[in-house]
Design a binder for this molecule. Structure first.
Ligand code: UDX
Length: 422
């Protein structure tokens, strides 16, 4: 049964959720505080790079199932269900900031119709639903946790093909009404309490980050013994308890979620006197991976005074997001050791932190003493190495995404380093 839904916050979670729910046949009103963003969205233009989102947005606008308003106070009056999709940035002590979420709850609380359900979609601390209920100041509305599991770059596909829907709250009727929004999907729907739903989101992200830190450290061990990480992960992945996914070694993990969520979970555990040493070690291992990549560059050139091309600044391919990108961590370490960095990224026209950005790979590599592939953009897997060999000053390749083959690199006179392959 279609519902009238309000989405508060149109970032990549709010926008994807709003457009996705409209695609499922619901009537959706999205609110944001940014007037320019609202005007762009009303015109069908999207400020983020998400495959498939422009098409879904234009369909929903055409079918008049989706509208955009400035200010949450104008979105909730008619809503049966209100999704809070607001930023929960990391506070200095590692905890997620609830300021935006609670401010929105205080704003909309008096405006909600009795029986409205407020849904926490953002990644919020364990126990946040109770905080939201208090901020709403209403006994006749329910709060439900419905965490998102959207990956940047594949958010639309992840929304339309969920592996599980998790609904957590103490009101079974409200839980069921939220679950019913997704009845078009066939995946398992897990009903639980709010704290468990909130904890599951952190546990999932933290476990994935730990899995990556494990494989990146295994890659270093493989290098030291002349073993091959691809053979090791292939062998691991056939064990159904491990699974083949998320075993691709790289420069380390980043993005707007893993770094924030791992620190949040460590902090949430600390608050209860529990030291999540395993997760702290995974975070430390990730920092070590950035160091290892930097050392690989330093092993072939004297970084002081060297010029290094870094191909890829986004935290992964398919997105234009550089927040907490491993590439930026590597650039920071290279420049700290005296190198000059020139970068390229197909998704960017400007670079953060004043990094020199070129719109052509070979312009970025011109005169460089080493070339680092930091993001797995498909074009880097098809790099014209003969042309690259002509423009660089020294032929050193550090492929942190294992896109190229040893033989190709060596055939063109490059020294070639990668992550864990013999
Ligand atoms: C993550 C979770 O996957 C998603 O479920 C959650 O909702 C939000 O956080 P996202 O941050 O968009 O999604 O990126 P993800 O695709 O998980 O990648 C995170 C980091 O791990 C990236 O830096 C990526 O390059 C790295 N990664 C991922 C690897 O190094 N190897 C892999 O095999 C997979």
């Amino acid at each position: 049964m279609p519902s009238t839904i309000a989405i508060v916050g149109t970032g990549y979670v709010g926008l994807t959720t709003g457009v996705g729910l409209a695609h499922l046949g619901h009537t959706v009103i999205c609110a944001d505080v940014d007037a320019d963003k609202i005007n762009e969205l009303r015109a069908g233009r999207i400020p983020i790079r998400e495959a498939g989102l422009p098409e879904l947005l234009s369909d929903a606008l055409a079918d008049q199932r989706l509208s955009f308003v400035l200010g949450s106070e104008h979105a909730v009056a008619e809503a049966d269900i209100v999704f809070l999709c607001l930023p929960t940035p990391q506070a200095t002590n590692g905890e997620p900031e609830m300021g935006y979420v609670l401010a929105a709850a205080e704003t909309i609380g008096p405006l909600l119709r009795p029986g409205t359900i407020v849904v926490n979609k953002s990644t919020v601390p364990i126990g946040a639903s109770q905080m939201v209920a208090t901020a709403l100041g209403r006994a006749d509305v329910s709060v439900v946790s419905n965490p998102e599991f959207l990956r940047e770059g594949t958010a639309v596909s992840d929304f339309l093909n969920p592996q599980r829907i998790i609904v957590g709250g103490d009101d079974p009727i409200a839980n069921q009404r939220v679950a019913d929004l997704y009845q078009a999907f066939t995946c398992p729907v897990l009903m639980t309490d709010a704290a468990s739903a909130e904890a599951c989101k952190y546990a999932s992200n933290a476990f994935l980050a730990m899995k990556l830190s494990f494989v990146n450290t295994m890659a270093a061990i493989c290098e030291s013994y002349g073993a091959d990480i691809d053979a090791v992960t292939a062998g691991m992945g056939h064990d159904a308890r491990i699974g083949p996914d998320f075993l691709q070694p790289g420069p380390g993990w980043g993005g707007s979620c893993f770094p924030k969520d791992t620190q949040a979970l460590i902090s949430l555990a600390n608050q209860q006197g529990i030291d999540f040493a395993l997760l702290r070690a995974a975070v430390d291992a990730n920092q070590q991976q950035f160091d290892r990549v930097t050392d690989k560059v330093g092993s072939v050139v004297d970084l002081a005074g060297a010029t290094v091309a870094v191909l890829g600044l986004t935290f992964k391919a398919g997105t234009d997001d550089t927040r907490d990108s491993p590439a930026l961590e590597i650039v920071k370490r290279l420049t700290a050791r005296g190198a000059t960095v020139r970068a390229h990224d197909p998704a960017l026209t400007t670079a953060p932190n004043g990094i020199e950005l070129h719109d052509d790979v070979f312009a970025a590599a011109q005169g460089c003493d080493a070339v680092v592939i930091a993001t797995e953009w498909p074009e880097y897997a098809k790099l014209d190495l003969s042309r690259l060999a002509e423009v660089v000053n020294q032929r050193h390749l550090i492929d942190t995404r294992n896109l190229l083959a040893y033989s190709d690199a060596e055939q063109h006179g490059f020294t070639y380093q990668n992550i864990g392959r013999s």
